[in-house]
Structure formats: C-alpha cells, structure tokens
Design a binder for this molecule. Structure first.
Ligand SMILES: CC(=O)SCCNC(=O)CCNC(=O)[C@H](O)C(C)(C)COP(=O)(O)OP(=O)(O)OC[C@H]1O[C@@H](n2cnc3c(N)ncnc32)[C@H](O)[C@@H]1OP(=O)(O)O
Length: 416
C-alpha cells in the first residue's frame, strides 16, 4: 500500500476504465459522497437516464469505484454554428484516493476520447474553478445571479395584449420544447435538449426544490402563438409584518419582446412575494435596461461555463467570427501537447479555416485563452491584460478583438 499526501493509505492497483450500466449506483454514490451530499433514490434514478457509460470513465481499485468522470454527448451553440461538444460532469475521487493524480489521469483520457470522437471542445461547470485551470480550461461564459426587490423596481408600461397561460410542466412540455428550439441554435452557450434532457429538466426532483414549491410553468401567447415561457418555483415565507415570499426563476425563454415583458411582469407581481431570484442570467440581461432601478436587481457576477479546447484547428474552424480575421497564433498546451504550435486562423462571419503554419506568430497564448475566447463573450484584450495572450505583432490585438466577439452575449443556465 502507498499513502497519499495526507498520510492516508491508498491502493496501488488503480486502473482507469470505461464503466458499464451496472456501475451506475457506485458512480452515483462516489460522486455524491465527494460533493458532500447523501444522494437520494429519486435523483439517482433520474440521473441514471442521462448516464452514458461509453462516454464515462471510472478509476477502480480492487474492483471498487474510487474515481469518476462523466460525459454527455450533446450539441452546443457557439458563435455562428452548432457543434458536438463533450459535456463533462461528475468529476470525483474518493477521499482516501485523492491527490495521487487520479483526476489528472481521468481528464487526460477524457480529452483524448473527445478528440478521437471528433469533438473540438469539452466543457464543464466547476465546483471549484482552481481545479480546472491546470487542465487547460478557460472561463468562457460568466453569469449574473439576481435577487430582485419586486416592490422597489418600477416597470415600463405593458407592451402587448398577449395572455399568460398556466399549467403543469407535463401538460405544457410541447410548447416549452418548441420555444427553446427556436432560440437555442442562435444562442451561444445553450445545449440541445433531447427527450431525455427535457425529462430530467422537468423531473422536479425533491433535491432541486430545496424546500420551495413544485415546479410551475407559465407560457406567454402572443399574436403568433406561444412565444415565451418561464419555469419557476415559489418559496412561501411569513414574518410578523406579513408575507415575504420569493419567486425562484429556473429559466425564462422568450422569442419576442412582448413575451419577455409579460413574463417578467407576471413573475414580479406574484401575490404574497416580495422578491424574484434567479441564479444565471446573461451578463447583458435586458432587465437592466427595462426596470426603472437596475440597482434593485442586486446583481452578482460569477463564473459559469468553462471550456477546454481539445483540438485547436477543429475548434477554431468550427465557430464563426464577427469580423474578418487573418492571424497566426502560437499556442502552448502543456497538458495536451498535440495542440502546441503555430496556427493560422482565417475567419469571417461566413467561414473559417485553421491550419498549422511555420509563419511568424502575431499572437501567443496559452490553451486556456482559446477556451475563454471561444463563445465570443470574453475580450481578447482583457486576456492580454492577464498575460494569457501576448501580442507579438503590433496591432494584432486590435485586429483580432472584434473578430473574436459575437453579436449575442453567451449565456448558460443549465447545470449538467
Ligand atoms: C465538472 C465537475 O464534475 S465539478 C465537480 C468536481 N468534484 C468535486 O469538487 C468533488 C470533490 N473533490 C474531489 O472529488 C477531488 O478532490 C477532485 C476530483 C477535485 C480532485 O481529484 P484528485 O484525484 O485528488 O486530483 P489530482 O490528484 O489529479 O490533482 C491534480 C492537481 O490538482 C490539485 N487539486 C485537486 N483538487 C483540488 C482542489 N479541490 N483544490 C485545489 N487543488 C486541487 C491537486 O493538488 C493536484 O495539484 P498538483 O499537481 O500541484 O499536486
């Protein structure tokens, strides 16, 4: 037996393997224990439906699962395209096996597998971001959490004569799917949802309620039919001074300004509530420009989606660019050296190519910078300010900056 850096005994027979369906219960309990929750049968069964053994990895010791790294095969919208991407999840190592490189081994294999399958990027939500920098992930999408003081914000006059329709998630599911599908392909950061993803999203697990009500749905129906929806819960609360309930917005999707206006108006005026919270809005959330007092939104900025580019040429060719760009980038990738080298990117709003080159570089960067830039919401100049990007040809940053942006801010609100 070996010992880890905490002096705990650890087995020296650890192997990295692709699991089978039979491993799910062990994977679920290993991950639950690592993130300090007990887990519960309802969540275990709901998550089983999303489990893709062939895309997952386990570390085993003496036949026992001591480490996990999951992955879901999904499409994601990026600037100007929808591409396949490895949606990484359930990274966990049992306490007695940690800090001896298991996650490092799982990550390396995860990246290699994604690349071999033709995925250019892998993404994750981080429990603690510091875990992920070393593996080459860059912060690609940030989010804003809100705690809106419903009684203090003033709203502009209502926009339309549409109507709000209430119902159960099961009854209104088809309408939700239709609205989501109209938006997702154009919205960088949103992933495709298959039937299984919708099942999970609408399962309304007790663990997700955390003491709040069952999941509720409202639709907005305008002149052209249903054009928006909100999924929400309410947390009832009473004090000696009366009710101070809270609306907890899970997701709101609108295809018209009328729907956006009507849905928010509804949420902000639910009886017996005094606030609306939502944990992940886009950083250019329209609410800031809609309510009279944006300060009453109590906004809180946070990291959301982290992206790891596993195939530089494929990744840079797969997205589109807001302005023409022709630049040679010298990329360093210590964890996945196949990406290290000079790459010529020629891109525009319509097309892109990226090929290896021996030409002198205009910019140099760490692989993390490409992940951070990927969704179009991070300024290359900001990254240059941190040293993650270096300008080698004068003017190269100014030329590349508009190209790497996009006309829609990326956003992400679906934990996977
Ligand atoms: C996408 C998701 O799945 S998010 C969920 C992530 N999981 C969790 O947060 C659950 C709780 N934590 C764990 O299960 C484990 O600690 C893990 C999975 C984060 C790390 O597993 P380990 O096998 O210990 O990682 P590994 O030994 O490969 O560590 C590699 C390096 O990262 C560092 N590291 C690992 N975890 C952390 C952490 N939480 N904070 C800071 N540094 C960390 C290690 O110190 C090591 O650094 P070194 O190379 O300089 O020595």
């Amino acid at each position: 037996m070996k010992s880890n850096d905490l002096g705990e005994a650890v087995a020296d027979d650890i192997t990295i393997e692709v699991p089978t369906h039979e491993d799910w219960d062990d994977i679920y309990s290993t991950f639950s224990a690592a993130i300090n929750i007990d887990g519960d049968p309802q969540s275990r069964e709901a998550e089983r439906e999303l489990f893709e053994p062939a895309r997952s990895l386990v570390a085993r010791s003496g036949g026992r699962v001591v480490g996990t790294l999951g992955c879901n095969t999904r499409q994601i919208a990026v600037p100007g395209a929808v591409i396949p991407a490895a949606h990484g999840c359930r990274g966990a190592v049992s306490p007695a096996a940690r800090r001896q490189g298991l996650l490092t081994k799982l990550m390396r294999r995860h990246f290699e597998d994604a690349r071999a399958l033709g995925e250019a990027i892998t993404l994750c939500w981080a429990s603690e971001a510091r875990i992920y920098h070393r593996f080459g992930y860059g912060l690609s999408i940030r989010r804003i959490g809100l705690n809106v003081n419903s009684r203090e914000v003033t709203l502009p006059p209502g926009k339309g004569a549409g109507k709000i329709i209430e119902g159960s998630p099961a009854d209104l599911r088809d309408a939700l799917v239709k609205v989501y599908d109209q938006v997702y392909a154009e919205q960088p950061g949103w992933s495709e949802r298959t039937e299984a993803h919708w099942d999970y999203r609408l399962a309304d697990l007790m663990s997700m309620r955390a003491g709040a009500s069952a999941l509720r749905v409202v639709l907005h129906e305008g002149d052209g039919g249903v054009d928006g929806y909100a999924l929400w819960r309410v947390r009832g609360n009473w004090t000696g001074n009366g009710p101070i309930g809270q609306v907890e917005l899970v997701e709101q999707v609108s295809t018209t300004p009328e729907a956006y206006d009507a849905l928010w108006r509804f949420l902000l005026t639910v009886d017996l509530t005094r606030s609306v919270t939502t944990w992940s809005c886009s950083i250019d959330e329209p609410l800031f420009y809609w309510v009279g007092e944006p300060r009453q939104l109590a906004a809180h900025l946070c990291d959301a989606l982290w992206i790891r580019v596993v195939d530089v040429a494929k990744a840079l060719e797969s997205r589109r660019y807001a302005a023409p760009v022709d630049v040679v980038i010298d990329v360093t990738d210590e964890f996945m050296p196949v990406n290290t080298g000079r790459w010529r990117l020629t891109g525009s709003p319509e097309s892109a190519t990226c090929v290896p080159t021996s030409d002198p570089a205009d910019l140099a960067c760490d692989i993390r910078a490409l992940g951070a830039l990927y969704m179009g919401g991070t300024s290359i100049r900001t990254l240059a300010g941190t040293g993650l990007v270096r300008e080698l040809t004068p003017g190269a940053l100014a030329a590349a900056a508009p190209a790497f942006g996009w006309h829609r801010s990326p956003s992400a609100f679906e934990l996977f």
